[in-house]
Every structure is written in structure tokens, then in C-alpha cells.
Write a protein that binds this ligand. Structure first.
Ligand code: GTP
Ligand code: MG
Length: 570
């Protein structure tokens, strides 16, 4: 029970400094773009009080705000020689531009957010259907536009100087170098989160793609909504992650509509199908077809309707996002909300999840291709479980969050209890002051020795449970508790994970520190060493694995670091 825990307040000081460091990054990004007039004006006026409000924003509020911004926005393919000033002047004829930024993805694009939706309507009014010789066009008008420069005054060589916002992460080699320049492992962990997380602009672009897709789906279901879920919004997404979307038909499906008890009432006549799954399949099939035939910029559309969770997969070329559209997927939305809540509770949660996800990707423990690999979702649940197991726990269990829930939080989906508290202020955390460095070390140690053969990972209870089924890795689905979220993982992949945890734990225990060399190619140390290629996994089986690194290369690297350290000190 939550009440039985010796709860205390959030560590506001640590939290506040972390949030400020994120804001510094955000401010830096804004300065780079230099386009958010409103933000620039209010930045200096921001107080710690507004920090507080920002901090405790629920996912629901965040989604609403972002969706509204997206509906007031357009995506424009630009010609790089067009001057920014001219471009803005042209757009401003339709109303105030609230925010804009440029990015590159097979060409130059601009995301432009107007102050009102009327401005977007006015802009579209003045937009023409292209004339293409020898070809015909599908006359579907969307908010994905192309800017043509018909003026002869701009010369092709004219430098417009558009500053572009990066939409992908820095390459791993560069990351290793940058991490190696940091002075402590804690700083490395914070840097990694800052460098890899989805930026403000990337988030806006993601919501805009959802909004563009909604325009397609609205041709059939005008009241529908398309919401992002998964790493786009759970707080653990890195630049370049896929865009998971969910077609929300709840406002029209009638599952929460109260029937009148007496008198006359009219109801819609509707086609019937054998199951909800069959309905989902037919809806996705039609929308998939529409996206394929009419959706500007949507390519490689695949309808994967027989999957456990039917989906339409495609690439959205102008944004560069790999998109998965699902429907009737309310449990996944709830999982997203839960992960978001955990990430908001303590800044160490996000940093640790980020670092572990990045480490796992660097060693191909996770993959963007479906298979017997551990997924990012499973890995995140493993980190959360580890944090619940700290003494005192850093985050509460799901059962504790359920016990704190009010009547407004009650949620049952297909018979599964998905209730948990949404009001952050009701959650009191215990006073755990462990550093990120310590937590990272302990994470690897924890899973190096975890009894995967007998026990199941369970974030609802916060303790390991006897495995209910034979599977190499058993992680209980937090909401559909009879399911194993890591059912796909085979013994080889689990062995690789454990072997890498052992090696990483060993590496971090060597206490190698940074020796500033001023070199542009600093020697990797700390977290950076963990991201270097390893030869350990896949060679030895878990039983044969001893608690030492198998990689001679890493041993050699550590030796050279130690020698370098002692040479500097002497
Ligand atoms: P990325 O690898 O960055 O895309 O991480 P992700 O968290 O977005 O994972 P993914 O795209 O695989 O899945 C999207 C969301 O679906 C997750 O965040 C979960 O909310 C949910 N999800 C994925 N896999 C499972 C699963 O096995 N069980 C349940 N209940 N939900 C899942
Ligand atoms: Mg995803």
C-alpha cells in the first residue's frame, strides 16, 4: 500500500536543476532557430512557479496542446534559395506566424505554426493545384505544400542562410567523443539524454504528421482523432525513433455513450462484423488504402492486418518518419501514459532509461527490425523494475499507483484493470539519493545476476514472481497481466544481454576517470567505453560466462587508460 511507505516529497532541488538544464538546451535550440518570437519574449519572464506547472503537465494536457498547435500548422517544402524574410512576409499575409523552423529531409522543409486555424484556411484558399505536364494529380488538398519561387529577382546563388533543426541523432562515434570530454559519468549520462532526446521541434513535426494523417482519415470518420503513443510521447523517445499512431474512434464508437432509459431515441444503422478485431481490420484496410492512394508524401504503405495488433506501416517522406498506424489500441495508450508518468517522477528515470536504451542499441540488443530481440518497451520495463527494487525504491509500484487513483482515474479496457493515479501531486516518493552513476553500475550488476530461469519481472508488484510459463525472459505485461511482453525473446538474445551486462558492470567498476587531454579525439572512458563495440556477447553461453570482460580489446583499452592516468599524475 502506498500509505505504508515512508513517503517523502520529490527531490525538488535535483529535479529543478535537471529541468533547468533541459530548458537550457531548449533555449539553445530556440536561439539556433531564432524563430519563436513568443517564446523569446516570455523566456526571461519564466519563474520557478511556471517551471512547476510545466513539470507536472499530464500526458493528456500535453497531447491536447500539441494537437492544437499541429492543427494550426502547415508543412512546406521550400527552395533553399528563397529568402527567409520573403518567405515569412508571404505567409504573414494570411495571419500571425506563431512559430516556424526549417529542417532538412531530402530537401528543405519548413514547419509553420499560425496563431489561428483561420490563417491556415486562408493560406490553403490561396494555394493552387500544380500543373504537371505528362502526368495527372490526385486533387487531394492537404497541409503539405510546396513553395514555388516565380520571381526572377532571386539568383540561384543567393544564400538564404536557413538554419536547420537537426531531426536525427549525432552519429555514435561523435557521441562517444563528446561523452569522453565530460568530467564525470553523471555528466555523461545527462549529456546523453540531452543529445538524444526528441527536441521541441521534432515533437511538433511528429504531431503535425499525425494531424496530416487525421485529415485523410477524416474523409471517412470526420470526428476521429489520430494520437501519437509510444516513444514519441512517453518521454523516452530519441530523435529518429518511429512514430506510433493510434486512430481514436472513441468519440463515435459509442463504447462510453449512455443510452436513454425511456422515451424515443434514434440510432444509426451500421454495418456489423463478427468481432471488434474484424472492424479494426476493415477500418485500417480502408484508411491504409486512402493513405497509399491519396496521402501526399506517404510511401511504401504496408497493411499488416493479421498481426496481433493490426497496423498500417508506411514512411512519411517529408518528415523522414517510419510510421505505424493502429486502431483500437487503448491499452498501448495506457502503457504510454504509465511510462510517461514514471519518467516525470524523477529525472534519474529518464536518464537511466535513455542510457540503457542507447547502450542496448549500440550492441544490437534491440533492433528496429522485429525478431527475437528485446524490445525497447521490455527494456524500459526492466529499468523501471530495477528502480522499484532499490532500497529505498526510487519509483512506486503500479499497484501503489492504482491505490492512489481517484474515481476519475478508473479505467477498465477489455476486462483489464488499467487504473492508476493521474494526479502527480498525490505521489510521494521515498528519499533515495543514489547518483546516476551508481544506478547505472547497479543496473548492470542487478541483471548480471538476475534469476531469469525462475523469475518473472513484475512492475505491478515491484518484486520478482515465479515464472508462470516457460520462456527465456518473462516480463509481465503491466495491464494485460496474463501476457508476457518479452515472449519473442529467445535464449540466445537473453544470453547476449546478460553477458553484456556483466561486461559493462566490470568496465564501470574499473574506476577509470577522465584525464583532460585537450585532444579533439579524447580516449573513451566511463559511459563512452560502454558504447564501444564488444566481442563478449554471442561467444560464450551464460553458464560459461565468468565475471570478467571477454573482450581483449576492451581490456587493452583499459590498460592504456590506466597507464595514461598514472603518467599524468606522476
Ligand atoms: P521505440 O523502439 O523507440 O519505437 O520504442 P516504443 O516505446 O515506441 O516501442 P514500440 O514502437 O515497439 O511500441 C509502441 C508502444 O506500444 C510502447 O511504448 C508500448 O506502449 C506499446 N507496446 C509495445 N510492445 C508492447 C507489448 O508487448 N505489450 C504492451 N502491452 N504494449 C506494448
Ligand atoms: Mg515506437
Amino acid at each position: 500500500m502506498a500509505s505504508s511507505l515512508a513517503m517523502c516529497r520529490l527531490h525538488m532541488t535535483g529535479r529543478s536543476s535537471f529541468v533547468k538544464s533541459l530548458q537550457k538546451l531548449d533555449n539553445f535550440l530556440h536561439r539556433c532557430v531564432g524563430t519563436d518570437v513568443a517564446a523569446a519574449q516570455t523566456e526571461t519572464a519564466r519563474t520557478d512557479e511556471s517551471d512547476e506547472t510545466e513539470r507536472h503537465k499530464s500526458l493528456h494536457t500535453l497531447l491536447e496542446e500539441r494537437q492544437k498547435q499541429a492543427e494550426r500548422s502547415v508543412l512546406i517544402s521550400c527552395q533553399s534559395r528563397t529568402s527567409e524574410k520573403k518567405f515569412l512576409k508571404h505567409l504573414s499575409r494570411h495571419g500571425d506566424v506563431q512559430k516556424y523552423f526549417f529542417y532538412e529531409s531530402y530537401g528543405l522543409y519548413a514547419v509553420v505554426e499560425f496563431a489561428t486555424r483561420e490563417s491556415v484556411a486562408s493560406l490553403l484558399e490561396g494555394t493552387v493545384i500544380p500543373f504537371v505536364s505528362h502526368e495527372s494529380v490526385v486533387p487531394f488538398k492537404s497541409r503539405l505544400l510546396s513553395l514555388r519561387n516565380l520571381s526572377s529577382t532571386d539568383t540561384p546563388n543567393q544564400q538564404s542562410g536557413h538554419k536547420c533543426q537537426p531531426q536525427t541523432t549525432i552519429p555514435i562515434n561523435e557521441l562517444i567523443q563528446r561523452l569522453s570530454r565530460e568530467e564525470s559519468i553523471n555528466q555523461q549520462l545527462t549529456f546523453l539524454t540531452e543529445a538524444y532526446q526528441i527536441t521541441e521541434e521534432n515533437s511538433r513535426l511528429r504531431f503535425l504528421v499525425c494531424s496530416l494523417l487525421k485529415d485523410c482519415a477524416a474523409a471517412y470518420f470526420p470526428e476521429c482523432d489520430i494520437k501519437p503513443f509510444g516513444s514519441t510521447v512517453n518521454g523516452f523517445g530519441k530523435l529518429g525513433c518511429d512514430l506510433d499512431m493510434f486512430l481514436d474512434l472513441d468519440s463515435i464508437s459509442g463504447w462510453n455513450v449512455k443510452m436513454p432509459k425511456s422515451g424515443l431515441s434514434l440510432e444509426f444503422q451500421m454495418k456489423r462484423a463478427n468481432s471488434e478485431r474484424a472492424v479494426t481490420q476493415s477500418i485500417l484496410s480502408v484508411i491504409g488504402e486512402c493513405v497509399d492512394q491519396f496521402g501526399p508524401g506517404c510511401v511504401g504503405v504496408q497493411k499488416i492486418l493479421n498481426a496481433r495488433c493490426p497496423l498500417v506501416r508506411f514512411a512519411h517522406q517529408p518528415s523522414g518518419f517510419q510510421c505505424d498506424l493502429t486502431a483500437n489500441n487503448r491499452v498501448a495508450m495506457k502503457s504510454t501514459e504509465l511510462l510517461y508518468l514514471y519518467g516525470e517522477l524523477d529525472p534519474r528515470v529518464r536518464s537511466l532509461v535513455f542510457s540503457v536504451r542507447c547502450w542496448a542499441r549500440a550492441h544490437s540488443i534491440t533492433s528496429s527490425i522485429p525478431g527475437a530481440w528485446i524490445t525497447n518497451f521490455s527494456l524500459t520495463v526492466m529499468v523501471l523494475f530495477f528502480l522499484q527494487k532499490r532500497n529505498p525504491p526510487i519509483i512506486p509500484t503500479l499497484d501503489q499507483l492504482r491505490d492512489l487513483a481517484g474515481p476519475e482515474d478508473k479505467c477498465v479496457i477489455e476486462g483489464n484493470d488499467c487504473t492508476f493515479v493521474s494526479d502527480f501531486s498525490k505521489i510521494r516518493l521515498q528519499s533515495n539519493t543514489e547518483t546516476l552513476e551508481k544506478l547505472l553500475c547497479e543496473f548492470f550488476e542487478f541483471y548480471s545476476t538476475f534469476s531469469f530461469s525462475r523469475m518473472s519481472i513484475n512492475i505491478r508488484k515491484g518484486t520478482e514472481q515465479n515464472k508462470p510459463e516457460v520462456a527465456p525472459l518473462h516480463i509481465q505485461n503491466p495491464f494485460e497481466t496474463s501476457l508476457n511482453v518479452s515472449k519473442n525473446v529467445n535464449a540466445t538474445q537473453l544470453d547476449r544481454f546478460v553477458a553484456l551486462c556483466q561486461e559493462s558492470s566490470w568496465l564501470l567498476q574499473q574506476n577509470v576517470t577522465n584525464v583532460p587531454s585537450g585532444s579533439i579525439n579524447p580516449t573513451p572512458w566511463g559511459l563512452a567505453t560502454l558504447l564501444l563495440p564488444s566481442q563478449v556477447a554471442g561467444i560464450k553461453s551464460r553458464k560459461k560466462m565468468r565475471r570478467e570482460p571477454a573482450s581483449e580489446r576492451i581490456k587493452g583499452l583499459l590498460e592504456s587508460l590506466k597507464n595514461k592516468n598514472s603518467a599524468k599524475r606522476s
